[in-house]
Write a protein that binds this ligand. Structure first.
Ligand code: PLP
Length: 402
């Protein structure tokens, strides 16, 4: 199409770099989700609310490394915390460190179900660990999760063929009830399905899941890797639920790699050396100090009011995107959860073409959004950026319509 031709013409350097990447990295990538056709733009750096590519273009960043950057790139308190750490000497030691304690204390203070914190290097590792803890605690094997639930592409959540993992349709309390039994070690759910297109849990669904887990002596695991950015105390506080374990990641590392399992002491203590028959859980870089200081600085500047403001702005931008699409006769739906949203084609048949054309058009209009329609806001964006994003969607819809 014309859009693809213009995209190619404007990104010759990215095309060259992508060819080079393909010679040493499978598919020229490090992650499945970041690939798109005809080839992805190659980014060089980010500053506040912007990212820059090898072809010299500047974009407003609404991917924020898949919701992990809530203050944008090069947030001054994060930069100074990391610089101070580097100058002081050493970023990882085979010993517990005050910087880890500080971040753990912040999480315990914030999340009411968090009595103890176990750090990992990613949200994926944290969800794997949570499953191990649940199996260890209950002496059972079965994990119940949702179709298209995403807890990382790691066992036991990665393959639909994974043994002892049952998948049920999301937001279907009857299917959930049918799946849970005395063999269930844990039910694991997200407050909204992020990777599946930002689909919020129906009212009462998560409460019901927690009650079911309790009834059958299983653990209830809530994956707040994405949702913590939407709610100061976590979505669990808003919903009045107390998960046995909560998985965290993304923003709690301030842009650096991290994950954590937090929750009831009796469960977390399964990883304590003082517990007889404890679970061995290790990782050379667990609680990496760069991530801990960056995460602590990030959370310090993220109060309830800041989060509310981001969520409100996201709601307003959603309305503007819907209006712009309607003005051009393009049928879309936009799902939302806090400061994250996802644009969906209203008609299933139009899926792939709309996704591709909208995404490439946004890039041409200077907005870096995710290929499958996801966008999220950071505090690095002010009202003028938000106006520019809305205008870019308007122009993108105009391109698609003609
Ligand atoms: N859980 C959820 C809800 C996520 O969105 C993600 C990542 O996108 C993960 C877990 C995995 O986290 P990570 O990518 O840090 O391994």
């Amino acid at each position: 199409t014309e859009i693809v031709a213009e995209y190619c013409a404007k990104h010759p350097e990215s095309a060259k770099y992508f060819e080079r990447a393909n010679k040493v990295m499978p598919g020229g990538q490090t992650r499945s989700v970041t690939h798109f056709e005809p080839f992805p733009v190659i980014l060089t750096h980010g500053k506040n609310g912007h990212v820059f590519d090898v072809d010299g273009h500047e974009y407003i960043d609404v991917v924020n490394n898949y919701t992990s950057l809530i203050h944008g790139h090069t947030f001054a308190p994060v930069v100074s915390a990391v610089n101070a750490l580097l100058e002081h000497g050493g970023v990882a030691f085979p010993a517990v460190h005050p910087h880890q304690m500080r971040l753990a204390e912040q999480l315990v203070a914030r999340i009411h179900s968090a009595e103890l914190v176990r750090f990992t290097n990613s949200g994926s590792e944290a969800s794997s660990l949570a499953a191990r803890i649940a199996r260890h605690v209950t002496g059972r094997l079965e994990i119940v999760m949702a179709h298209e639930g995403y807890h990382g592409a790691v066992p036991p959540f990665s393959e639909t063929t994974e043994p002892n993992v049952m998948r049920v349709p999301f937001n279907d309390p009857i299917a959930l009830e049918a799946a849970v039994s005395e063999r269930t070690a844990a039910i694991i759910l997200e407050p909204f399905q992020g990777a599946a297109g930002v689909i919020p849990a129906s009212p009462g669904y998560l409460q019901h899941a927690q009650q079911l887990a309790e009834r059958y002596g299983a653990l209830f695991i809530l994956d707040e890797v994405q949702s913590l950015r939407n709610s100061y105390y976590g979505v669990q506080q808003d919903l009045g639920i107390t998960p046995d374990l909560t998985i965290l990641g993304k923003i709690i590392g301030g842009g650096y790699p991290i994950g954590a399992v937090v929750g009831k002491a009796e469960h977390l203590l399964q990883t304590s050396p003082y517990t007889a028959g404890h679970l061995v859980h290790s990782g050379t870089f667990n609680g990496h100090l760069t991530s801990c200081v960056a995460g602590a600085a990030t959370l310090e500047y993220l109060d309830a009011q800041t989060i509310q403001c981001l969520n409100d702005r996201t709601g307003k931008l959603r309305a503007e995107i819907l209006e712009a699409a309607a003005d051009h006769g393009i049928h879309i739906r936009v799902s939302i959860a806090g400061s994250i949203m996802n644009v969906h084609p209203a008609e299933k048949t139009a899926h792939d073409a709309l996704y591709e054309n909208l995404h490439l058009s946004l890039i041409l209009e200077g907005v870096y959004a995710a290929p499958r329609g996801m966008l999220n806001l950071s505090t690095a964006l002010d009202q003028s950026h938000l106006n520019a994003i809305a205008q870019a969607y308007r122009c993108a819809f105009e391109r698609i319509a003609t």
